[in-house]
Design a protein around this ligand. Structure first.
Ligand code: GEK
Length: 246
């Protein structure tokens, strides 16, 4: 199958909806799925490259945690090709990592970047000037999130940056409902039917757990980040940068 294959995974009625998994079927349609489902995805990936150009230091590591097919890894690689650095992509889905390896080879980046099929909760992080966590923390059990962010903070060099992109929730119920509705309007405008939207929503229930921006900000400060703020938001999707103080 090609990268451009379109996502029709939830187009037919299903008797029961299993929890969403990053399997072969998802990998085959992933670029189309994420672009049509996440408002601002392409901007966030492109700006991850822009941030890399500014923050990645020579002879340091640059991580993409939950790299999927390596979109952020490729953006960071292209933006920092003028300096020696080691890129590391991590994902615990074997089909994602296999396909990502093919993409890196096609882009002639197989020697610049290392791919690890591992849980981001246990992978070591060291000598990092940048870590991208784009739409992955939301899949990590709530009770593991603080320890993961503390590990990332400890692995970042002073002045290093974490880019954290997430689907978010809002404390005000009416506002939360409005943002969810607007997100569904975005999906409808991108060709998803009401059936596809509702079946996907059921599949993600209890698999993707969004938190409020305030919860993210507070935890990032608690683990030690000196500077934390949102740089992008569209409806219930947002991206923050958190910088480790010098
Ligand atoms: C992009 N960042 O294109 N350990 C490792 N990987 C994990 C874990 C875990 N514990 N849990 C989930 N994943 C990408 C998009 S997708 C977001 C990231 C989405 C992986 C999972 O296998 C999947 O590839 C990725 O995190 C989330 O910018 O599909 O909404």
């Amino acid at each position: 199958m090609k990268d451009s294959d379109s996502d029709r995974l939830y187009a037919s009625p299903r008797l029961s909806i299993a929890g969403f998994a990053f399997n072969h079927a998802v990998v085959a349609v992933f670029p189309d799925m994420i672009k049509r489902s996440v408002p601002g995805y392409e901007t966030i990936v492109a700006m991850t490259g822009t941030l890399a150009r500014r923050f990645v230091r020579p002879h340091t590591h640059c991580y993409d945690l939950g790299c999927s097919l390596g979109a952020s890894l490729l953006a960071m690689a292209a933006a920092t090709s003028d300096r020696p650095r080691h890129l590391v992509g991590v994902d615990n889905s074997a089909p994602m990592i296999e396909r990502c390896q093919e993409i890196l080879q096609r882009e002639c980046l197989a020697t610049d970047a290392e791919l690890l099929c591992e849980d981001i909760a246990t992978v070591p992080i060291a000598n990092a000037s940048m870590v991208a966590l784009n739409f992955t923390l939301q899949f990590i059990p709530l009770e593991q999130r603080q320890a993961l962010l503390a590990k990332i903070f400890a692995g970042l060099n002073p002045g290093g940056v974490l880019v954290l992109s997430e689907k978010v929730a809002f404390g005000d119920e009416d506002h939360n409902r409005l943002m969810i509705d607007l997100h569904h309007d975005f999906k409808r405008a991108n060709g998803y039917s009401d059936l596809e939207i509702s079946q996907k929503r059921s599949a993600l229930d209890n698999v993707l757990i969004p938190e409020t921006l305030e919860a993210h900000r507070q935890r990032l400060r608690e683990v030690g980040f000196a500077s934390v703020d949102v740089w992008f938001q569209c409806f219930n999707f947002a991206s923050l940068i958190a910088i480790r103080g010098e």
